[in-house]
Each structure stands twice: as C-alpha cells, then as structure tokens.
Write a protein that binds this ligand. Structure first.
Ligand code: ASP
Length: 342
C-alpha cells in the first residue's frame, strides 16, 4: 500500500473501547488512548492516521439521530483532508447507523467503514484489533488513484458488507453481522479480495451533500398470529406517527381480516405511509404472489422488497424529514436509492 494515504478514525464508543467500571463491574466506554495503547500496530501503517473522539463516547444503544448527524458532519468537515473514514461504533445499533449514513451522505466518493468489536480491545482474545486494522486498510485502499470502496460499509470478522444491507445477527459470535441478500463487498484472508462487480461506484461526480433532517415519527409493527386489533390500532393512531414499517410473513403476507386491512386503509387515507418488509432474514417481499398480500396492495401498502428493517426505518426517517410530496415520497421508498434493495 502506498504511503501517502490518510484515514480519519471517528470514535463514537462501543465495546471495542470499553473497560469494566470499577464500581458496578459493567462495561463502559472510555477514551481512544486506551485503544491506541492496545494497538501499537497503528503506528506501523506509515500513513496519516488521525482520530476524532466523541464526547461522551457511548454504548450504541444510546444512539439517536443527532449522533448520525454528528458523524455525517464530522465526515463532511474533514472530507477533503482524508482518503477514507473509519467509524468505531458499538455493534448493537451499527446496522442502523450505517444505513442512516448511507442515505445521509449523498454523492459519497470515499470509503466510510464502520467497525467495532464483540470483546473489548484490552481483552486478550479481542476481535477488535483485526477489525480495526483491516477497516483502516480498506478505508485507505485505492486502485488507479480512486478508492476501491466508495460506500458506507460494515467491516467485521473478515467480511466487508454494505452497511444498508446488514443486520446484527449474533450477540455471541465474532461473526456478528450478515448481509443475507447481498454477497460481501470484500473478504479478508491472506489478501483482501474485493468483489468489484457489487461495489457501487459513482456515475456522476458531485460534491458531498449531507441530508440531516430526520422525522422520527416512524413505527415498526411485527405481525404475529393473534395480534390484537387494539395493538394495531394504537400504533397507527399514535399521534405523530407518519410512517409504518410493517414486518410481514414470508414474501410479504398478512392477515386478510377486514379490521386489519381497514386499520391500514384508514392510516394511509390520513396520509400515512406503510412499507412492507419481510420478517424473514433472507428473500424478498413479493406482493400479489399470495392472496394474503393482495389486500395490502389495494390498501396502498408499498413493497420494501428485500430491504432490512434497519434500512427501512432510517430511509423512512430521512425521506419523511425531507417534506416531499406524498407521491414522490412513495416513489422513492419503492426504489433503491443507494443499493439498499435489489
Ligand atoms: N452494547 C455495545 C454497543 O453496542 C455492544 C458492542 O459494541 O458490541 O455499544
């Protein structure tokens, strides 16, 4: 790798930098010096490596859209000075944050690689070292003078995944993330092998623009047999809820009961948006395949195809925040904006 590279590490918190609190014994995040002390290899990269640490550093369960805005602004403010960005982040909500950033950073032409760890960096068997070192390498990698992966990604346990296709699937294994509907963008073995047919490259060059307006009036409703009408009603009637991510069965199927479709119709009639995503980890919504999804089409529900719930929620928040006319909003929800659906 050439020497004249530069990577900015944005440290937001997460297990990678945690230590046990001396009083409670619980894991709490601490400053970046702790990480760099544990990874002396960082000094051997031979290119410029700078760090910005959030104050305070947090467990990612505390993430709110303001944190996404801070990450995006930090990238925007430093965009011209660095070849790539590594975001150190807790694993719990990493898939939400990476999804959000993919929609926020419009015109992105540089790598933004999220990573973290399942075991703190100070623990002998930590996965954090390899994750951090390889994430930095990927963030700095160029071919023919251009970044190899100009996307928002998650690097974890040897795999580089598109951020808005990724879900956290294991609370236990080092292999914590999967991207069930898209193969990895790269795999790290003896060499890092990039899957360049899948990586998205900008077709038109435009300056980076950050969308930072979120509308949090979004709900997720996961269907299950026996769900009470009162529950569905309460969610859809909650003041301020403008959009619903409906987690349906299989290829996007739901009960055909009149009360259920009636609740959806009434919500959509009041201007609400409903996006159909499947509860299955892999595969896609195909509305109309079964009679049990035909009613959703006629009620005005939009197909989320193979989008993850994480990407659906953040995409909806961003699009609703843009105060777009209803038709435009529905059209944008139904089609991929940055590789989040097939
Ligand atoms: N609770 C931690 C977090 O998300 C878990 C982790 O980082 O793995 O911040």
């Amino acid at each position: 790798m050439e020497k004249n590279r530069s990577v900015l590490i944005i440290y937001t918190g997460g297990t990678i930098g945690m230590v046990n609190d001396p009083v409670s014994g619980a894991l709490v995040p601490i400053d970046f010096r702790h990480i760099s002390d544990q990874v002396p290899e960082l000094r051997r990269f031979g290119f410029s490596l700078e760090t910005i640490t959030f104050d305070p550093v947090i467990d990612s369960s505390e993430v709110v859209p303001e944190i996404w805005v801070r990450i995006a602004r930090t990238i925007e403010e430093n965009y011209d000075r660095f070849d790539g960005f590594v975001v150190l982040h807790g694993t719990d909500t990493m898939a939400y944050s990476a999804s959000a950033l993919s929609f926020m950073l419009q015109g992105l032409e540089k790598p933004v690689i999220f990573t973290g760890a399942q075991l703190p960096i100070g623990v002998l068997r930590t996965d954090g070292k390899e994750n951090l070192i390889t994430a930095i390498e990927i963030a700095a990698e160029r071919i023919d003078g251009l970044p190899v992966v100009p996307e928002v990604c998650i690097y974890f346990e040897n795999k580089l995944l598109r951020g808005n296709r990724t879900i956290k699937y294991s609370a236990e294994h080092f292999n914590a993330f999967v991207s069930p509907n898209l193969p990895p963008l790269a795999e790290a073995g003896l060499q890092i092998r990039y899957n360049r047919n899948i990586i998205r490259y900008p077709t038109v060059r435009r300056p980076l623009a950050v969308s930072s307006r979120f509308e949090t009036g979004v709900a997720v409703l996961r269907l299950f047999p026996g769900i009470m009408r009162e529950v569905v009603h309460a969610v859809l009637e909650t003041p301020g809820v403008l959009g619903l991510v409906l987690e349906t069965y299989g290829t996007g199927n739901a009960p055909t009961a009149g009360w259920f479709l009636g609740e959806l119709r009434a919500f959509i009639g009041r201007g609400g948006i409903v996006l159909n995503v499947t509860q299955c980890q892999a595969g896609s919504v195909e509305m109309g395949l079964y009679e049990t999804s035909a009613g959703l089409i006629s009620a005005g529900v939009i197909s989320g195809r193979d989008i993850t719930t994480e990407a659906a929620v953040t995409k909806m928040m961003i699009l609703l925040g843009g105060s777009l006319p209803a038709e435009k909003l529905s059209a944008l929800l139904a089609r991929p904006l940055c590789g989040e659906m097939s």
